[in-house]
Write a protein that binds this ligand. Structure first.
Ligand SMILES: Cc1cc2nc3c(=O)[nH]c(=O)nc-3n(C[C@H](O)[C@H](O)[C@H](O)COP(=O)(O)O)c2cc1C
Ligand SMILES: CCCCC(=O)C(=O)O
Length: 450
């Protein structure tokens, strides 16, 4: 028997052992080269704690509230798709664990269990995550069903006009399971033989023309407060506040959408400052320890969402696994607060964290590692185009060696497709939209506070 996990990271290995490879890869994976996936977690290590001593920490209070709903600790459950691929009880088990831990669950639009099943399973406070369908009536009906069933807010995910390029899913030909919520509303079937069926599903159904104006439409179909999830810049944070949203989730979708987005913890403060306390800022991405939660709070988050660890807990031990994951993070946060001299969340301030000095030498574009995102990064720094010279561009050479003319064409087409996707996921319909403010170099990072 595998030993009992002592931290949330250990649930990942248990999940890997019980899950079919296709599902494990889907849960664990990120976009393209998974740079942001690694960075989301590693960036927490570059932030150090500044504990205070000789403060009475005999009683620690972690409770807080989000949109007026009281929760035991600022740790909530992120919306993640297809919980029945992890455990037969699916989202019902996750919701019950949320209720048992006295926290909020955000139910994914892509849940296997229906809105009604989750609502009637327990008394957890629930928010409903929304993807806007090309057929607006489908999304409107789901929002209204959520509202009727006691969900307390809509979390509109805005970083997925298309699905990111998840290469494990492409190789595994990831399935797109039936979704009971859509029965009688629309077909969830996709008819492709190759590649990720999920990606095909998103392409077929997600509305990639969605824009700021459409918040009006969403407000016209629901009275629930609206949070937008997937903000990474001060520009968008300001627009969101102007558009009247009730909350912002700083997120890069667990690094599954646009690779080379910054680690979310490194842009949290930028967003918090732009929002200026007008609405709550919630954070997600790479939270694996109580110290991570503490750091996010110190940088201005109201609460954090946890994605993968919850799924791993569910896969390993069902409802109890999810509860264990949440309780472990809560216990670690409590200990961090005690050892930092913070008896309650109000005591956690910006001066409790500091960015570690040092860092990598900035390398922006090294022509030997071509990828669509590299092109996207070079253009705003002033390059009118990227000149690809056979002599110094290994990929062309490999393409030629592997498949002659077709190989070279494949390499060029792959880069074009990746650039197109990167533009879609960066909100740039044409090259003129790509500006200097779409990238951040290490230099920029050193000159900001974090
Ligand atoms: C397997 C998986 C499925 C996800 N599905 C959704 C989804 O349906 N809707 C959504 O808004 N975000 C989705 N996300 C993103 C999460 O809400 C969250 O932003 C991310 O997981 C946070 O990063 P973490 O996994 O490092 O905690 C998903 C993430 C994963 C890992
Ligand atoms: C079409 C699948 C969307 C689920 C999702 O958001 C994710 O896998 O990250």
């Amino acid at each position: 028997m595998a030993p009992e996990p002592v931290n949330v990271k250990e649930f990942q290995e248990l999940a890997r052992q019980v899950l079919p490879k296709m599902y494990y890869d889907y849960y664990a994976g990120g976009a393209e080269d998974q740079n942001s996936l690694k960075d989301n977690v590693e960036a927490f290590q570059r932030i150090k704690l500044r504990p205070r001593v000789l403060i009475d920490v005999s009683r620690i209070d972690m409770s807080t509230s989000v949109l007026g709903y009281k929760i035991s600790a600022p740790i909530m459950i992120a919306p993640t798709a297809y919980h029945q691929l992890a455990h037969p009880e699916g989202e019902v088990a996750t919701a019950r664990a949320a209720a048992a831990s006295d926290t909020i669950m955000v139910l994914s639009y892509m849940s296997n269990c229906t809105v009604e099943e989750v609502a009637s399973s327990c008394n957890a406070v629930r928010f409903y995550q929304l993807y806007v369908n090309k057929r607006r009536d489908v999304s409107a009906q789901l929002v209204q069903r959520a509202e009727r069933n006691g969900f307390k807010a809509i979390v509109l995910t805005v970083d997925a006009p298309r699905l990111g390029r998840r290469e494990a899913d492409i190789r595994n030909k990831m399935v797109a399971p039936e979704l009971k919520n859509f029965e009688g509303l629309m077909s969830t079937e996709v008819d492709i033989d190759d590649g990720s069926k999920l990606e095909a599903f998103a392409r077929k159904t997600f509305d990639d023309s969605l824009c700021w104006e459409d918040l009006k439409w969403l407000r016209s179909v629901t009275n629930l407060p609206i949070l937008i999830k997937g903000v990474l810049t001060h520009e968008d944070a300001r627009k969101a506040v102007e558009a009247g949203v009730h909350g912002i989730v700083v997120s890069n979708h667990g690094a599954r959408q646009l690779d080379h987005t910054p680690a979310t913890i490194s842009v949290l403060e930028e967003v918090v400052q732009a929002v200026g306390g007008k609405v709550p800022v919630i954070f997600d991405g790479g939270v694996r320890r109580g110290t991570d939660v503490f750091k996010a709070l110190a940088l201005g988050a109201q609460a954090v969402l946890v994605g993968r660890p919850v799924i791993y807990g569910l896969a390993a031990m069902g409802q109890n696994g999810v509860k264990s994951v949440i309780e472990m993070l809560k216990n670690e946060l409590e200990l961090t607060m005690a050892l930092s001299g913070c008896p309650n969340l109000k005591h956690i301030t910006r001066s409790h964290v500091v960015q570690a000095v040092g860092g990598k030498v900035p390398v922006l574009f090294d022509g030997a590692v071509p990828a669509g995102t590299d092109v996207l990064k070079v253009l705003p720094l002033g390059a009118p185009a990227v000149l690809l010279k056979t002599a110094d561009w290994e990929a062309i050479f490999y393409g030629l060696a592997a498949m002659e003319q077709n190989g070279v064409k494949s390499v060029i087409e792959m880069l074009k497709n990746e650039l197109e996707l990167d533009m879609a996921l960066s909100g740039c319909p044409s090259l003129k939209h790509i500006t200097r403010s779409h990238v951040m170099t290490e230099h920029d990072r050193f000159h900001s506070k974090l």
